[in-house]
Design a protein around this ligand. Sequence first.
Ligand code: SF4
Ligand code: SF4
Length: 628
Amino acid sequence: MSSYDSILKAKPGDRLFLLGNEAIARGVIEAGVDVATTYPGTPSSEVGDVLFEIAGKAGLKFEFSVNEKVAVESAFAASISGLRSFVFMKHVGMNVAADAIMSIAYTGTGAPMVIMTADDPSMFSSQNEQDNRIYAQLAHLPLIEPSNPQEAKDFLKIAFMISEREGLPVMFRTTTRTSHMRSSVVMGEIQERHRENIPAPPGKYVALPSNSYRYKEALISRMEKISGENYQDLLVTRIGNPESMHGIIASGEAFNIMMDSMKKLGLDIEVLKLGIINPFPEKMVAEFMQKHPTVIVAEEVDPVIETACRSLAQKKGLSVNITGKLDGVFPMSHELSPNSVDKILREILALGRKEQTGTSQLSMDVPARPPVLCPGCPHRGTYFAVKRAVKMLRISDPVYSSDIGCYSLGDYDPFDEATVMLSMGSSVGVASGLTAATDRRAIAFIGDSTFFHGGIPGLINAVHNKSRLLLVIMDNDITAMTGRQPNPGTPLFLAGPSTREVSIEDVVRSAGVDFLKVVDPYDLKETLTAVMDALRHDGVSVIIAKRECALIRDNRNRKLGVEVRFMVNPDKCTGCMNCVTNFACPAMSVSGNKVVIDPNICDGCSVCTQPYVCPFHAIELEGDAGAA
Ligand code: SF4
Ligand code: SF4
């Protein structure tokens, strides 16, 4: 029995203590979804982790797609074949998928289709904090936003209902907090599946200009119709004292923080909670603004609701004082914190200062703990070898183009191997551009999943334009950073029997690369030699550093009861510090003038035993110390 089986088996009325993302997975089951697709990305990943485990038992088809655009195309294909589809991604994935989504908004859907975006205010694991509510406005699509796990499940079903009735894909937005908060969730009925394949009507889904010209008008009409429907009654709630002078309009996590602050400050203010952002629930918001002379708009990232409120007030000639981000009261960046909202409310309501009662403040300085590559991570050997090769070849001004994945941690000490990093798959295109723009030696790093996702066009472009660059593909068999989901290069024993492994080597060769070496990054000599050869090559050279993610091995060893640990023999350690300075495994630390290895952190990879790391052979298998 899998750890997620309870999500599938729970009966209507049962309560489960679920993450927002787990509740969404249950919502997918309850909504009778036939096909679900994704490219994994935090903060949406857990939805996929659950569906990957239970999809077969639930009778739905689940796919980890090669990227978000393909995930949307695959879900759309299901929709126009009469199958309910759900596609989900992190917020920046929308940028990749947008090309398809913009057209789907015009053609409309067949069976209902919901597109989830998990936004990441404050960028806990992302390169930006774009607010994807704006995508809904851009595409003219409905957008629903829950604020807790129960709503996440229940609103998802409403999203499918709207999509079914209106023939449009519906966007569903969470943020990190909603996706990752945990609370008690009441289960609902599971809708039966129809699984009735309906052939797509000829021509209907063809986004040719002549069709799209007509479809645009139809799209606007559909959105106007949705504005007039009573969906708002299901998704918009009024809470608190209707006679209060102030009113608060909020959505998502901002609503939760507002409610906490009001409770803490003993306030009884009416709150209008919006669960639908597009089309904007004008009627209910206008009524609310008529009732309250001052309206505070609380939302995270961009002033989407506030802008709509100000525009509505002007359109209706309402005399209301609106306060939010546009007048500088709330910050334009990052998620809201309980302390900042307390402070803002005190100022707006002239409550005066009080002792801090919210999040406790530490009175001591906590040492910075920058993120590090895991102990045993194969990327450490790769970065170590590349840095050493650059030094040995006396390349004075290398330029490192990095990419999105665990290996972006190569930016940190002691490797410093990221001069530039933009977006999924960008490392190769940027490196190619750098070789055209400068005489600097360009070295690009990319992971296996990211290579499949968006790196292949950049490689073809580099070959075609005769760039002189080294691309290091760090192939650890898995999409590691988001929780070890499979990708097209993942072996079948991890990806499942319904998939076929795609060889990165074959893809690279077929792109026309004439220098390719596959190395084991645990073998520092082999990797160093290959990197030096590649850097001498005049053209595009590719090294595939292939070694499974250390966490896969750790899991396997745990199950087998295998324990391998290394230690520093204090009699041999000279205190030269080469290991901690240049290799920096987190299991190592300095004790006095020697190095020690923490056996609770060491994963037994043995790479540090090689003379490149410890020239004095002081690192030994635990139990062997003093043997030689
Ligand atoms: S064997 Fe060495 S490099 Fe590997 S995890 Fe242990 S201390 Fe780190
Ligand atoms: S490299 Fe070897 S000798 Fe030098 S500090 Fe590390 S363990 Fe000691």
